[in-house]
Design a protein around this ligand. Structure first.
Ligand code: ADP
Length: 643
């Protein structure tokens, strides 16, 4: 048992959270071939710490003490075999050190650990997605020492943390005259090539050139083929805001490295857009689409990724007002020239400038996606696979951009007949038959249920394409998206089927004739099924099945009703319309049937429910009826022998 208050000045050994141990192990083994990234991660953290100080210093200038110039230092000691990365940023208190360097506090952690497979190669990929951060120092070091002091604390309130990256770490209070954090890496065997000014400079320039703060290193001069330390320091990066430079001066690699810093991502981004906007509101935006969904994509409380700067001063992470929720996967920065430096989240919510920025950023991202969809379908397919379901939310959330978002949606369809979502509404409209009025779709719980739905039969026979929607949010999408390019979206499982000009005069004539001819039969069926149906009618919808269920024009779809029921929501009692196929032999036979008519009617209804993925209220009775009918058929068949 440890008494934390009394022992806080003494040296204490604490255990890592179990997940940290697992992460460390995975990191060391799976990221070894990428070992140089540890420096990028530590410099990225140092830069964030400087940004935070600069922001807090706006309200509390005393935090700068007498050291106002923020700087990151990288140095090495060949004799001690150590590297140090130091910053004079915000620093950490003892509690912060324990929380930040002993546990993993980010959202998505549970999902991440749940997905680990134990297969190092696969997991290496996941770890990149999860973000590596501080713990990556153990890739090259077998002991890491952190000495830190939070800005504003007294010089004796420093904290020293040390660990060998196994199960535990030591922590104690120590003196630290300057604020900020100094991290010392005691290199593993075989890492001595890092003890070189030119090697470190090249890593810094490669991965951290975009860092806003100067990264300083001791000067070196080459003498007799060997580097010699000089007094004095030099800045080894450009030390200016990348986004403020003209696009023509920024290479793709620099854009990518900057993304890894702002996005806390390990992989390259899929695409980005960089623009300076002038007009009513003046700002610069540099926005990225990641290659992969983060673990916390579905966590509504997760961070939203876009950082807000005001005239190059960092203001806040995750400024969720900068983009609508359906674009929460976007990472990057917005730098406003108009907002006051003391802007708070509350002010942002009401700011007209923010409204303009949000509108502009949304448009830029949608433009970028449209461009990607047009230029690089493989890339767009990758985007769609990762973020398509989030983008769909925009159909309901952003009415002003609905048509643009609709153009970005991708669906499975009877045209391709694969589960791949690759058909756009534009493709569909381009392939519409002459005389076709609407964009037809079916919703179901799975792709196969959609593809095999009896409602598609007449469309198949006439070669009319139907979109196959099997994502849960699709019901919601079609609830909000009623038309595209002036063409209505029409469910094939709802309302009366009106194929309009797609049916010729002879077919329409036949329809009317059949409706009359089958009227008495339909009435009998309706009486027999009673409360279970809203109506019964003959249909042209079917070519192979005897019957199907449809929802009334303004009722919710069967699929949605089922979804609500499984979610435990007491939706209104859902009553379908039973449609029967007058050309089907079973129906023809039933028309003349007297015996067991009610059983036949029930079986017809139940099989229609099953065929579209529904569940029977009373499966046992269904089975009993089937068996009964099979026996009767056998007995009734001419020439049937009893044994
Ligand atoms: P991430 O940076 O993705 O949050 P890390 O594991 O790299 O994850 O760091 C965890 C936390 O430790 C950071 O969020 C930050 O609060 C703190 N931290 C890391 N390095 C520093 C530093 N140089 N100065 C101040 N705080 C730091």
């Amino acid at each position: 048992m440890t008494d934390t208050t009394a022992s806080s000045t003494r040296r204490e050994t604490l255990g890592f959270q179990a997940e940290v141990r697992q992460l460390l192990d995975l990191m060391i083994h799976s990221l070894y071939s990428n070992r140089e990234i540890f420096l990028r991660e530590l410099i990225s953290n140092a830069s964030d710490a400087c940004d935070k100080l600069r922001f807090e210093g706006l309200h509390n200038p005393a935090l700068f003490e007498d050291d106002p110039d923020l700087v990151i230092r990288v140095d090495y000691d060949a004799a001690q075999r150590t590297l140090t990365i130091a910053d004079n940023g915000i620093g950490m208190s003892r509690d912060e050190v324990i929380a930040n360097l002993g546990t993993i506090a980010k959202s998505g952690t549970r999902e991440f650990f749940a997905r680990l497979s134990g297969d190092q190669q696969k997991d290496a990929h996941l770890i990149g997605q999860f973000g590596v951060g501080f713990y990556s120092s153990f890739i090259v070091a077998d002991r890491v020492t952190v000495v830190t002091r939070r800005a504003g604390e007294k010089p004796d309130q420093g904290v020293r943390w040390e660990s060998e990256g196994a199960g535990e770490f030591d922590i104690e209070m120590t003196a630290k005259p300057g604020r900020g954090t100094e991290i010392t890496l005691h290199l593993r065997e075989g890492q001595d090539d890092l003890l070189s000014g030119s090697k470190l400079r090249s890593i810094v320039r490669r991965y951290s050139d975009h860092i806003v703060q100067p990264i300083r290193m001791r000067k070196e001069e080459w003498k007799d083929g060997k580097p010699e330390r000089q007094s004095g320091e030099e800045t080894v990066n450009q030390a200016s805001a990348l986004w403020a430079r003209p696009r023509s001066e920024i290479g793709d690699e620099q854009y990518k490295e900057f993304y890894k810093h702002v996005g806390h991502d390990f992989e390259d981004p899929l695409a980005w857009t960089h623009a300076r906007v002038e007009g009513r509101s003046e700002y610069t935006q540099l926005l990225y689409i990641p290659s992969r969904a983060p673990f916390d994509l579905w966590d509504r409380n997760a961070r939203h990724g876009v950082k807000l700067y005001v005239r190059r001063v960092f203001i806040m992470d995750d400024a969720e007002q900068l983009l609508p929720a359906y674009l929460r996967f976007v990472r990057g920065i917005v730098d406003s020239a108009d907002l006051p430096l003391n802007v708070s989240r509350e002010i942002l919510q009401e700011s007209r400038d923010i409204e303009a920025i949000r509108g502009g950023c949304t448009k830029k991202v949608l433009d970028l996606l449209a461009h990607l969809a047009g230029e690089d379908q493989a890339k767009y397919a990758k985007f769609w696979g990762e973020f398509g379901r989030v983008l769909k939310e925009g159909i309901g959330e952003d009415p002003a951009n609905r048509e643009r978002i609709a153009g970005l949606l991708r669906f499975a369809s009877t045209h391709a007949d694969t589960a791949d979502e690759s058909v756009s509404l534009g493709d569909y409209v381009g392939r519409m038959k002459s005389g076709q009025q609407g964009i037809y779709y079916v919703t179901a719980e799975t792709f196969n249920a959609a593809r095999n739905s009896p409602h598609l039969e007449v469309f198949r026979s006439k070669g009319i394409e139907v979109l196959l929607l099997s994502d849960r949010v699709d019901e919601w999408v079609v609830g909000h998206l009623t038309e595209f390019e002036g063409k209505p979206l029409v469910s094939v499982a709802k309302g009366g089927l009106d194929l309009g000009a797609l049916e010729d005069a002879a077919e329409k004539d036949e329809d009317r004739h059949e409706a009359d001819e089958f009227k008495p039969f339909v009435d009998r069926l309706k009486a027999s099924l009673g409360e279970r149906v809203k109506d019964v009618r003959v249909t042209r919808r079917l070519t192979e099945s005897p019957a199907c269920l449809v929802a009334d024009e303004h009722d919710m779809s069967a699929n949605l009703a089922r979804m609500l029921r499984t979610a435990g929501q007491p939706g209104p009692a859902w009553k379908p319309i039973l449609e029967v196929n007058p050309r089907h032999p079973v129906v023809a036979r039933m028309r003349d049937q007297e015996r067991s008519f009610d059983d036949w009617a029930s079986v017809l209804f139940d099989q229609a429910l099953l065929a579209e993925g529904g569940q029977l209220d009373d499966p046992a009775t269904f089975v009993k009826r089937i068996n009964q009918l099979m026996l009767e058929m056998n007995a009734g068949a001419p020439g049937a022998s009893a044994g």
